[in-house]
Design a protein around this ligand. Structure first.
Ligand code: GLU
Length: 379
């Protein structure tokens, strides 16, 4: 563990895709409205990191709190529709503030509002993923919040720590950085115990962390450390590490990039690619089958290549983009499983064809591969 700690700088140097989550407590000064200088400072750090090549997706809370302040409300309304109305008002100023600040550095903010449903539904999940990737490629900085205005109880995530973790899974981030108003995760509630110690490094899968974060009803627990630890665990499922740190530390994001030991780093037990492949391998249900010719079967088995449409001779079953399908060798042996980039009717049209023909056959190109090698597990 200790040697890992020394490797923090090394680890941070290898990270390339970050999800940064900024909480309401930081963004709004006790319901006084947006802390604009602080927001400008984080935006500046994000823009500078972006210029160094770090792909950053921001998950920002603060809509409800800012909306309340705009309406002159001092207490959080009880009724959901009132909170939703506040969120609609507050989200405007939130995104405006990000846009103004990112523009100072030559970037656009891109507002993305999601609900739990968008992430649970495969088609919407993939669309959200593609859009976020495109936004990052375009050099914009996505600013994500829960779509509070339409989210009713059943489809609400409720807290943006969970949303941050789901976004980290979605874009396969290397690290989720949760900026909060506390210095990190302590082994006891630091507001009650003077001897509480900051945990600098842990494993996201460590069961005892949830205990440290406090059960329901304790100050830290209800203050949200528990959801942060659970978010770290969720992020770890796709191989993503989590850092819980104080957003009030000066230049916190840039110093984290330099590998400074600020806050708590919770590492995932396995790397992104391994985690994804395990997930694919564990999917029992195969929606369909694709039959390969000899050349494609060899390329997959022996050279770790992606599966191109040209190597596919037959499509079986009805599946959608993003479903898990089985890959069959000409003798009918199942040799691999993977996440398919095209629905069965589309795959049928492009089979035996070179990838450059996809556009004229389908009217669009999602990717040159039918199954990318990162999404392919040889059995
Ligand atoms: N989506 C909520 C907002 O922007 C915040 C949820 C949270 O703070 O976790 O106000």
């Amino acid at each position: 563990m200790q040697s890992k700690l020394n490797q923090r700088a090394e680890f941070m140097q290898t990270t390339q895709r970050w999800v940064v989550k900024i909480g309401s407590a930081l963004l709004t000064k006790d319901g006084q409205g947006l802390d604009r200088p602080a927001l400008a400072d984080w935006a500046g750090q994000i823009a500078r990191l972006r210029k160094q090549g770090i792909e950053i997706v921001l998950v920002s809370s603060g809509a409800v709190a800012e909306g309340m302040s705009r309406m002159g409300w001092h207490e959080k309304p009880k009724a959901l529709y009132q909170k939703q109305a506040a969120a609609a008002i507050g989200q405007m100023s939130l995104i405006q503030a990000y846009e103004e600040n990112f523009q100072l550095h030559g970037f656009h903010a891109a507002q993305v509002l999601l609900t739990h449903d968008d992430l649970a539904n495969r088609r919407r999940y993939l669309n959200a993923r593609n859009t976020l990737r495109e936004l990052v490629d375009l050099g914009a900085i996505p600013v994500i919040n829960e779509n509070d205005t339409v989210a009713y109880d059943e489809i609400r995530l409720g807290d943006n720590d969970t949303l941050g973790a789901l976004v980290a899974n979605l874009i396969e981030a290397d690290v989720l950085i949760i900026l909060t108003d506390q210095s990190g995760l302590y082994n006891k509630d630091p507001r009650k115990f003077a001897d509480a110690e900051l945990i600098e490094l842990g494993r996201a899968s460590d069961e005892s962390l949830v205990g440290y974060a406090g059960g329901a009803g304790t100050l830290i627990g209800s203050g949200g450390m528990r959801t942060k630890v659970l978010a770290a665990r969720r992020a770890a499922a796709s191989g993503c590490a989590t850092i819980i740190a104080s957003g009030r530390e000066s230049l916190v994001l840039e110093r984290l990039k330099q590998g400074e030991n600020i806050g708590t780093l919770l590492i995932a037990d396995q790397e992104t690619l391994v985690a994804r492949k395990q997930w694919i391998a564990s999917q029992l249900q195969m929606r369909g089958k694709v039959w390969l010719d000899e050349g494609a079967a060899n390329a997959i088995l022996n050279t770790g290549k992606s599966l191109l449409p040209i190597g596919v001779t037959r499509i079986e079953g009805v599946f959608e983009r993003g479903d898990v399908v089985g890959c069959l060798a000409p003798d009918g042996q199942i040799i691999a499983k993977g996440l398919v980039n095209y629905a069965s009717d589309e795959a049928d049209k492009i089979k035996r064809q070179p990838s450059k023909a996809i556009e004229s056959l389908l009217g669009y190109v999602d990717s040159a591969e039918l199954i990318h090698r990162d999404n392919l597990v040889v059995l």
